[in-house]
Design a binder for this molecule. Structure first.
Ligand code: GMT
Length: 376
């Protein structure tokens, strides 16, 4: 199939999922066209089946806001015609499903019928999309998609609860390429650059937005380091990062916390890690938790959204109510102190991650594309 993928090119989960999906589909012989405003961070173009088309939005002083949706839908029309695309797959409803629908309509006017698959990722439904300013457009473009998928059952339920959706939503969970996740024995270890031999390494990776409850992470680590020699690795960039740095200073733990910024080497950082923290306010899936588990790292997380579908309480880690810093800290301390239990949880984390292996999830997307093509 010739598949056009529209996504955000940034470090965020939806862009990562879209990119990894496209790359795997290309390996399986499909022709993939990424269409977005800059090259996705995880996109390697060394594959004849992978193409990248940049959306340019010319600046014009009249526009207070540059019309990205317009430029994207025009680009989609041109690329569908030029490359004879079979199916359009848009990731993150805002504004991609809307732009995709406009492209569909423009093409239909010329007698070209292109099916559109929309994948809902989380904040496009639970936070941003639910805002009254966007809600009608989001409902409309979801209902106008030929097939709609969501990355967890929880997100599917939220979508039906928050929007007036008449379409069936197919759950296709996020996935991991286990071959890429390198357990510690398979990579050159530079652990000593980050922590002493006797120290445990605790890690958090995110876009440092409010929804990630970054303060909770610092507070949990503050409790852990009182009892267990340890370091905290904070990976990513975002608006809450500076507050976290201040809080570390206030608590006097700044020498035990390393802020890395965005990184393309998260598999290495995870391979050195003993525990992953994800206390999010809401999380449709929690791809970062899955990435940690694939490296054999147990997860202390909240029980919000789709997290219980990924992190198994008392097996791959522990779940707690949002904001229950005391329980999350105690669970972390108990696990890190009990060497045998920690070893077992690391094995369990990897076992759980295997359920989300890319090879099992890919056929589900292929099936959805065939279904969309047949529906046109
Ligand atoms: O919040 C993020 O991490 C970014 C956001 C995105 O759209 O890139 O992530 C959402 O999509 C990911 C991939 O499907 C999910 O794993 C995240 O749980 C989801 N984030 C939220 O629901 C807050």
């Amino acid at each position: 199939m010739k598949i056009a993928i529209v996504c955000y090119p940034t470090f965020g989960g939806s862009g990562v999922v879209a990119t990894e999906l496209g790359l795997e589909l290309a390996k399986r012989g499909h022709e993939i066209h990424f269409i977005t405003y800059s090259q996705p961070v995880r996109l390697a173009l060394l594959n004849p089946n992978v193409h990248y088309h940049e959306v340019h939005v010319p600046e014009y002083p009249l526009f207070h806001y540059q019309p990205y949706e317009l430029a994207l839908s025009s680009k989609l029309v041109d690329m569908v015609k030029l490359y004879k695309i079979d199916v359009l797959h848009v990731h993150y409803a805002i504004p991609h499903a809307y732009a995709g629908y406009m492209a569909k309509q423009m093409l239909a006017d010329e007698g070209i019928h292109i099916p559109m698959v929309t994948t809902l990722h989380g904040t496009d439904i639970t936070l941003v999309g639910n805002h009254p300013f966007y809600k009608p457009a989001v409902s409309f473009s979801i209902n106008k998609s030929d097939v709609v998928t969501s990355v967890s059952q929880s997100l599917k339920d939220d979508t039906y609860r928050l929007f007036d959706i008449k379409k069936e939503i197919v759950v296709i969970p996020n996935f991991i390429e286990l071959a890429k996740a390198k357990p510690i024995e398979n990579i050159a270890c530079h652990r000593s650059l980050m922590a002493c031999e006797n120290e445990m390494i605790i890690t958090h990776i995110s876009n440092f937005r409010k929804v990630k409850r970054i303060e909770d992470i610092v507070k949990i680590f503050y409790e852990i380091q009182k009892e267990i020699p340890s370091k905290l690795m904070m990976v990513g960039e975002g608006p809450e990062k500076e507050n976290a740095e201040y809080l570390c200073n206030q608590l006097g733990i700044q020498n035990k916390v390393i802020f890395f910024g965005n990184s393309n080497e998260i598999d290495k950082i995870l391979s050195y890690s003993d525990l992953f923290l994800l206390p999010s306010e809401t999380e449709s899936f929690g791809l970062a938790a899955l990435e940690a588990m694939a490296c054999g790292v147990p997860v202390i997380s909240s029980n919000s959204g789709g997290l219980p579908e990924v992190n198994k309480d008392g097996f791959s880690g522990y779940l707690s109510n949002v904001g229950d810093v005391a329980k999350m800290s105690q669970d972390a301390i108990d696990l890190l102190k009990d060497k045998a239990k920690l070893k077992q949880f690391k094995i369990n984390a990897l076992e759980t991650a295997k359920l989300f292996d890319i090879q099992q999830i890919m056929p589900l997307y292929e099936q959805v594309y065939y279904q969309a093509i047949q529906s046109k």
